[in-house]
Design a protein around this ligand. Structure first.
Ligand code: AMP
Length: 512
């Protein structure tokens, strides 16, 4: 079982169909993609690599990303896609931790990454795409696909590290096959002639959602700008029928607010898959108004890629359902490919309505953390992946996420889930974004602080108004003791709000 087999197969079945495009221009047909992959694979191996060795990818989205990733698999190597927006020291940490032998990078990151060869143990080669060295690799004679066992590592997925040092979730060929099949089961069927737009980083969600599309012979489209721009996305939607893309909730919101998108013909748009962070109800309703029932939500994590639960397009469209809004505020129902439970602190299953840690079991769950036996044993204890997320099931099987366990605020012995407070504050028309965290407090343990970004049309928000809104819908003890008005919230490269930074800020003030 080797995922790179998909490329070879399409190379034979549909040699002249587009496989990779930059914007509206075809970069490679399937036969071209297949021969590039087979040659690059040989090139990597001739640099002295053996099956199981790691090839790191430090690039913004570009065709060579896909070529290098599938070539690594074709050659029996393990890909380590690194978030290219990380600080150079963070990138160096991942290269070292994964024991990468080669890094493939782009000219933008060359200055940071090239000097690391020779400094990081075992890192022998940094290849910059577009250089002569890259050209020489492409000119290598093609090699046969290397056989892989289902349990062999394919992708070391470094978790985004909103806490502590990132860890490499080891995803096997079987994990990635299961996650791809589960996309067809629960999100969408995919046909040749469809397209996946890589508007978000290929090192994370977009790279994962690309897999079921490659599996079925759809075209992978890289936006020429390398990012998310409303006009460009609208142009690409016109050009490529059956187009889907993955976007973080903040991106979905930004697009839905854009007048260019609001006025566009979206007939060709198949699905926007969103997830990775909470999508608040108020934002989701607005996005549904703009995109129609083309939204599907996924809740997953690197350790169980793309799949724990999903809120399907059908769920989004069920306006008449009496619990429609509750469903929209949830992360949907359990995916076809795994089991999900909510458990107490002793790992005992809890009934619907009770909150606890979400645990997951199935063939899609990672083999473990790379070189971290203790963290692996702790996270996979009892055969279940402990996600660190807190949630509860409804009677009808919809899972609602309260928070990451470390984000929970405990004030005066009462549990406060920041998400609940955030949902309420976002209903205020003058609030664009909000993040609620706990501040250490000698008397209460913690107190609730809301960091609020006001909309440009309502620069002077009145805390008393926000307080009233909270009093209208949540328990008194949950409302923020303090409102901080800020221009923006700190986010990770993948659009997740970094609550840790907000807590550190408050800790720093308290220490002064
Ligand atoms: P990562 O491994 O970087 O993809 O981060 C996974 C974490 O993001 C999960 O454990 C959740 O805390 C959060 N997350 C993922 N999907 C969702 C979602 N649909 N809604 C809310 N939070 C999410």
């Amino acid at each position: 079982m080797n995922l790179a087999n998909w490329i070879a197969r399409h190379g034979r079945e549909r040699p002249d169909d587009p496989a990779i495009a930059i914007g509206t221009e075809v970069h490679a047909t399937w036969s071209g993609f297949a021969s590039t992959v087979a040659s690059l694979a040989r090139g990597f191996r001739d640099l002295g690599l053996d099956p199981g060795d790691r090839v790191a990818l430090v690039m913004r989205n570009r065709p060579e990303y896909l070529e290098a990733k599938f070539a690594a698999w074709h050659a029996g190597l393990v890909a380590v896609p690194v978030n290219a927006r990380l600080h150079p020291d963070e990138i160096a940490y991942i290269l070292d931790d994964s024991g990468a032998r080669i890094v493939v990078t782009d000219p933008e990151h060359g200055d940071d990454v090239v000097p690391l060869a020779g400094i990081i143990d075992g890192l022998d080669h940094v290849v910059v795409v577009g250089t002569e060295e890259w050209g020489a690799l492409l000119d290598s004679p093609p090699m046969e696909l290397v056989d892989r066992a289902p349990v062999d590592a394919a992708w070391l997925f470094y978790t985004s590290g909103t806490t502590g040092r990132p860890k490499g979730a080891t995803l096997t060929h079987r994990n990635l096959l299961k996650t791809s099949l589960s996309y067809f089961a629960d999100i969408d069927p995919v046909e040749p002639g469809d397209a996946i737009l890589h508007a978000a980083p290929l090192s994370h969600g977009s790279g994962l959602y690309g897999l079921p599309h490659v599996a079925r012979g759809a075209v992978s489209v890289i936006p020429a700008s390398g990012g998310v721009h409303a006009e460009e996305i609208v142009e690409l939607v016109q050009h490529w029928p059956g187009l889907s893309f993955f976007a973080a909730p903040t991106m979905v919101k930004r697009l839905a607010d854009d007048p260019v998108v609001k006025g566009a013909d979206l007939t060709n748009l198949k699905t926007i898959i969103y997830g990775g962070a909470p999508m608040y109800l108020a934002d989701l309703e607005e996005a549904l108004g703009v995109f129609g029932p083309r939204l599907a939500q996924i809740y997953g994590q690197g350790e169980t890629p793309m799949t724990i639960t999903a809120l399907s397009k059908r769920h989004h469209a069920e306006h008449e359902h009496p619990d429609w809004k509750e469903h929209l505020a949830s992360v949907g129902t359990v995916r076809t490919d795994l089991e999900v439970r909510v458990v107490d602190e002793n790992d005992q299953p809890l009934p619907p309505g009770r909150s606890g840690e979400i645990v997951v079991r199935g063939d899609v769950v990672m083999a473990g953390y790379w070189n971290q036996p203790e963290a692996t044993a702790e996270t996979l204890r009892g055969g279940w992946l402990h996600t660190g997320d807190i949630g509860s099931f409804s009677e009808d099987g919809f899972l609602t996420l309260q928070d990451r366990s470390k984000d929970l605020i405990i004030s005066g012995g009462m549990n406060i889930y920041p998400r609940e407070v955030e949902e309420v504050l976002l209903r205020h028309p003058g609030v664009t974004a909000v993040s609620v965290v706990g501040r250490r407090d000698a008397e209460w343990g913690e107190t609730v602080v809301a960091f609020v970004v006001a909309s440009p049309d309502a620069p002077a928000l009145d805390p008393a108004e926000l307080d009233e809104l909270c009093l209208d819908s949540i328990a008194r003890y949950k409302r923020p003791k303090e409102y901080r008005f800020v221009d923006s919230l700190p986010t990770s490269g993948y659009g997740k709000v970094l609550k840790r930074e907000l807590r550190d800020l408050l800790d720093g003030e308290d220490a002064d």
